[in-house]
Design a protein around this ligand. Sequence first.
Ligand code: MIG
Length: 819
Amino acid sequence: MEENNIQNPEGIPAKLAELEEDEFHHVNNPAAGIKPIVKKYLSRPVSAEQKNNKFYFSDGDAKVEVTVVTDEIIRVRLAPHGVFLDEFSYAVPKLEKKVSVFGLNELEEEYIVYTNIINCHIRKADFFVSFSDNQNFITSSDAVPMHWEENVKFGGYYVYCTKTCHSDESFFGMGDKATELNLRGKRLKNWNTDAYSFAWNQDPLYRSIPFYISLNEGVAHGIFFDNTFKAEFDFGAEDPTKTSFWAEGGELQYYYIHGPHMMDVVKRYHLLTGTHPMPPMWALGYHQCRWSYYPESKVRMVTKTFREKKIPCDGIYLDIDYMDGYRCFTWNRKYFPDPKKMIKELSEQGFKTVVIIDPGIRVDDNYSVFKEGKENRYFCRRCDDYFMEGHVWPGRCQFPDFTNPEVREWWGNLFDELVQLGVAGVWNDMNEPAVFGTGTFPDDVRHQYDGQRGSHRKAHNVYGMQMVRATYEGLRKIMKNKRPFTITRAGYAGVQRFSSVWTGDNVASWEHLILGNIMCQRLSISGVSFCGTDIGGFSGEPDGELFTRWIQLGTFSPFMRAHSAGDTKEREPWSFGEPYTSINRKFIELRYRLLPYLYSAFWEHHRYGFPIVRPVVMHEQFEPTNHFRQDEFTYGDKILVCPVLAAGQKNRKVYLPKGKWYNFWTHELVEGGKELMVAAPLETMPIFVKAGSVIPEYPVMQYVGEKEIEEVKMNVYYSDFEANSFIFEDYGETFAYEQDIYLEKKFVVRGKENKLTIQQSMEGLYTPRYENYHMNIIGLPFKPTRIIVDDHEVKDFMIASDKTVQLKLRKNFTQLVIN
Ligand code: MIG
């Protein structure tokens, strides 16, 4: 009946037919008792045309659009009967064409859409799509032509894409998966799910990021399948020669993102989906959370203890019990009689208050938020116009349609009162969306979807992201020039433009420490650098050792927060007594010392699309054994972190990538490119610093802004080759950086034959208030006799007992020479 469609002889892998019943109504599987639906494949392209940077190929009925986005990014879309949906994406807010040289070649056997860097091949015999670089190396190719099935129930199509999977190909990314870092051999599903106490390999989880990075023969490329429907990815699980992705609706639309380095792919993914805005500096400090700290006296007790015990902390969280019957934007006056006074006094002690807000709004005509939402018809409705109702913490609830811009604006304005009370950050939870009993909304719920309309099947995975977007945009308007802090549980690709995330309800176990480490690395290379786990584990009881090891890992998570469920024992950094309290303090202090370094790495993320946390494989992707290394990472570019992930450990095997590294604690210089055993008693954790680095350091503070910074310590790690470091500085809490008011400093360190040269250059309009650096030069292989700064000899330097050379310098020196 479909003359234009051939049945591909290879067909779709047989196991696709064995999915759970309510998923794909698969086909050729009469045993499932479902009427067979015919799967249709692209057949031979019969026409090709160009409209500016878009190229259209048709087999007479179905159409494929190939859009050249940049030299290294090409988008492919499929329209089964030739009609494309409107261009719209929550993930890619603006698809800008940034390419000048591109075109179409027709050869005997194929069409080629080319840029200066890559080619997209459309094979004439069968419509296979493949990509190659300008050395004619094929990086990605279809194993089966793109295909689809009609969805008789909802309209639209199930859409499928199947590519060749090579025998040594590795896969990374996908954001939020509780499994090994390398996804080879896995099948994964994207459908945002509240996954309390999730287990290893449990899937799906809270977020959906349909982006993966492939690494084959040392060459990386990325595929971003920008489709919000329930989707699956198969990385050679079913058939080791095929990688497939498919969705229950929407368009088959994906971006091919060229490498060849993983870092290139990740940066280009950020170019499409955006980066985190700069956070307020305090948000990079330590945060303390619990379900819940109440009443007020408890909050005051906890915060007071931080100051008494001199453990730095910036953020204190109020979980759902601060509200009146869990009604968002209200206060339980019995527990918190005067929130304004409390928040003000907390802030005088250096604590920022962050409050939780859930999407469920209690059905209650005496509750203003419900009344307004009802009058303005802001709540989601079922297909036959009834309101969507479900039970969550407040009881019977309705839910704002955050995919409607008018609703987002209303929601954003609701934060006005909280901001007036002094609240500094907002925590969005339960926004998968989660509903007690049923799990989530029924499929037929309608969404405005920014004018594009859709059922919950289409909006589910973006609901949480649009909620936190409403939150962020509202806060940004209300707080004027101050940077808001937001944190969300659910999200979709691009959520990083609006929020940080945490990995949800983990468990106090060593296995979850391992998982949390992997999940943060994975999120980081999937766009979400600003992430962290519930330190200590949300449910269950850690012992002192596990908690301390988790604090050590958390010190190097871009977001650092301890959190615990309400039915667990107290869980503050001092709860386990000595020696744990002191070690926890030492690491939280280290977090504060390294703040200017983290802040600079954050800028590199925000401005240039670098992930903050980087798995080892990103540094040495050519080395196949690195494709399976998942427990070490670099924090920014310079610091290698090797967390201890098992009980009773006294030392740990560490792999150092090639190059020279300094042991952070002992300053011992080690040649990389090998594995070694490193001491790791509880009071330390192996950390290495790349030779040639300049690592800025603040004095320990109990909270950001406690002290005026009088001088910044610059730790310089000697190297005998040239190395660059970047440091970013600005006001730390405003958006002045958008007007270019910031300072980017570059240091070049070069050691040679009893001589070390350090050069500094800077660009930007910001002037820090401190005057001096305290230079701390580590690893000098000779005894210094003369130090020249900008042509003047400095007599006043000190060789400390640890052999470091220390001196004070004007912050704007340009050249320092030591011989
Ligand atoms: O149904 O607000 O993941 O961090 O403490 C549980 C109470 C709801 C789940 C979150 C957790 C939070 C808890 N929430």
